[in-house]
Design a protein around this ligand. Structure first.
Ligand code: ATP
Length: 626
């Protein structure tokens, strides 16, 4: 097996090669490299948007056009300006105007399109992609479909970047800075929030992440990167017309992202390189081979997409990474980092959660019917009941995933009925899920750090510029402490997807604890755990209870419940049928009936059997049998 090369050495070699290129390569290759760099900038945005966050956009070429057209209009004096604003005609000033206007338009377009989900979102991006393209064609003052020339080159330190060789350095500087900024972003609090978008809105919002904001932020970043590419392009070509900004190019960019490896930042450069070079080569070879002219390369690309999607959805970056193994930078943990501030715990016996007459109807089905329960600080309350009793539905009403049809939920004295889960998480309620919701490709440490999202403040820009390191060290140290606390220290740097289901459940508890909650909602925490793991979980929950935490859990494992909890609420058909101490519940006839379907004693049969069995075993046995 090859020894991995340090990432810095590979990057250094790559930059050296890039720096040497203008001194050794003929003009044709400089044009090719420029085109690769320009495409890479757009595809970088797509990696963030589609690969990392799962939002597919076909419309990026239109943003390239926007950057190009705005800069062309300003710098070629198409827009008449008063003399005081003459400086706006410089390509550099035009760059800032182009980026700012593109960001504004992306905000507006994003506000409409990003509400769409599933395949409606890509369709939405196609719609505005086409619209913008046609708008460019209608700009008569800029030559309409024919286009316009006379756009000045960029000048830098008195030198005019009018040749391919001259502008090459600026293009690739932008690419390298773009790669660095995105890598920095993804390795930060906001980056984890963006990566969590792929895990679904419910999990991300429950961790306090404003998913709508995160989606908008990456949409704007991707649009600005595309506009930057457009600016460089238009001042390199010194000519603009709508054709390079149409839907076909939008598809090409997406293909570059998929081919390179949509979830790898460097995959953007790889995908762009392969497609730009292949296109150039095929455009020469295929017409000569077939004896007539035409865009035959499009057919080859179509076939290539189909093969790629079937054989390697992760693109070709993983193959390259295997060929040249790079030693990834391991996250550095500073366990001495100043601990994050903690929220004050509720007073002993303070009512932390108060559920009053909560009813939730789904059409004709009443999943929760006038449910009432209270959880006090320093108590573990179990919510039990047969499958379909309505426990998870109640969890959703409490945690803000869903809104009750009627009734109210109060958390620490705040009315939280119908407030979103993000708001409730901010007040100190944190949860795990019945079906684990974590990011399988992120490490255990990073997954748990998502839970601490609300305990940090540094934003996207600070992350890109690496100004967030102190806070980041504190967040990671907190995540590491919670991981140790739940007993997953050995697995800290493993991918979460490689853990057993039981360990993944424990990870979710660590993630919930990283939020510093005062109420913990655990949905079937013991499911899939081995005996030793269950005992360790029980010990942990007892310790948390002793610290004053309130815990509400849904659980089917009756041995686990009876040994651990202080009180039990039993549900059946959406209603509360019993409430009391574990020993009271074990002897409660209504509970036995609910679990075993026991009829009145007089009817005998199953009822008689159930009566003779020890109640706890009867409940547990019935549950397992379901
Ligand atoms: N979004 C929904 N739309 C329609 N019906 C729903 C919805 N969510 C839950 N239900 C129904 O509400 C009832 C209660 O379901 P719920 O998942 O809350 O039960 P549960 O007690 O958590 O069951 P389990 O122990 O199997 O998880 C079920 O009949 C279920 O089919």
């Amino acid at each position: 097996m090859k020894r991995p090369i340090p990432a810095r050495a590979v990057l250094g070699a790559f930059i050296l090669l890039l720096a040497a290129a203008p001194f050794v390569l003929p003009s044709f290759y400089m044009t090719l490299l420029n085109n690769i760099g320009l495409a890479s900038l757009v595809v970088l945005g797509l990696v963030l948007l589609s690969g990392v966050a799962g939002l597919t956009s076909f419309g990026q070429a239109a943003f390239v056009g926007l950057g190009a057209y705005i800069s062309a209009a300003l710098s070629a004096n198409v827009v008449p300006l008063p003399q005081a604003l003459d400086w706006l005609h410089s390509p550099w000033a035009a760059l800032f105007v182009a980026l700012a206007l593109t960001a504004l338009l992306a905000l507006a377009v994003g506000a409409i399109t990003l509400k769409l989900s599933g395949h409606y979102l890509p369709l939405g991006t196609i719609a505005w992609g086409i619209s913008l393209y046609f708008i460019f064609g209608t700009l008569e003052s800029m030559g309409g479909q024919t286009g316009m020339s006379g756009i000045p080159p960029i000048t830098l330190l008195g030198a005019s970047l009018s040749s391919d060789r001259a502008i090459y350095g600026l293009i690739w500087l932008a690419v390298i800075l773009g790669v660095a900024a995105l890598n920095n972003l993804l390795d930060s609090r906001e980056g984890r929030a963006i990566r969590a978008l792929k895990g679904g809105m419910v999990m991300a919002e429950a961790m306090g992440i404003n998913t709508a904001r995160s989606r908008t932020v990456i949409f704007v970043i991707a649009a600005v990167l595309a506009a930057l590419s457009g600016w460089l392009y238009v001042h390199m070509q010194r000519f603009v017309n709508p054709s390079p900004f149409g839907l076909g190019f939008g598809i090409d960019y997406l293909f570059m992202a998929v081919l390179g490896g949509a979830s790898y930042v460097w995959g953007a450069v790889l995908g762009s390189t392969v497609i730009v070079v292949l296109k150039e080569w095929l455009q020469g070879v295929l017409p000569a081979l077939l004896g007539r002219s035409g865009n035959f390369e499009t057919i080859v690309f179509g076939l290539l997409i189909v093969v790629l999607l079937q054989r390697s959805r992760d693109g070709i970056w993983p193959y390259l990474a295997r060929l040249v193994p790079v030693r990834a930078r391991r996250i550095e943990l500073d366990l001495q980092a100043e601990p994050l501030p903690r929220r004050p715990m509720p007073n002993p016996n303070e009512v932390v959660l108060d559920v009053r007459d909560v009813t939730r109807r789904f059409g004709g089905l009443v999943a929760n019917n006038n449910m009432n329960l209270k959880v006090v600080a320093g108590e573990v309350l179990a919510l039990i009941g047969p499958n379909g009793a309505g426990k998870s539905t109640l969890f959703n009403q409490v945690s803000g995933v869903d809104t009750p049809t009627s009734g109210s939920v109060q958390f620490r004295g705040h009315e939280v009925t119908g407030r979103g889960s993000r708001h409730i998480a901010g007040l100190g309620m944190s949860r795990s899920f019945q079906h684990v919701r974590l990011m399988p490709r992120m490490t255990v440490l990073e997954n748990v750090a998502i839970g601490a999202y609300l305990r940090g403040k540094r934003g996207v820009l600070a992350a890109m510029l690496r100004l967030d390191r102190r806070e980041e060290a504190r967040l990671l140290a907190e995540a590491a402490r919670q991981i140790e606390r739940v007993g997953l220290k050995e697995q800290m740097f493993e991918q979460a997807g490689a853990l057993s289901l039981g360990q993944q459940r424990i990870l979710e508890i660590a993630r919930a604890l990283a939020a510093d909650p005062c109420l913990l909602l655990l949905d079937e925490p013991a499911a899939g755990l081995r005996l030793g793991e269950k005992q360790a979980l029980g010990d942990l929950l007892r310790k948390l209870r002793a610290e004053g935490m309130a815990i509400l859990l849904v659980e089917h494992d009756m041995d686990f419940v009876m040994e651990l909890v202080d009180r039990i609420v039993v549900m059946d058909f959406g209603q509360k049928i019993a409430e009391g101490l574990p020993e009271e519940i074990q002897n409660n006839r209504a509970v036995l009936e609910a679990y075993l379907g026991v009829a009145d004693e007089e009817e005998g049969g199953a009822g008689a059997g159930a009566q003779s069995a020890p109640p706890q075993a009867a409940i547990a046995g019935a549950q397992h049998g379901q």
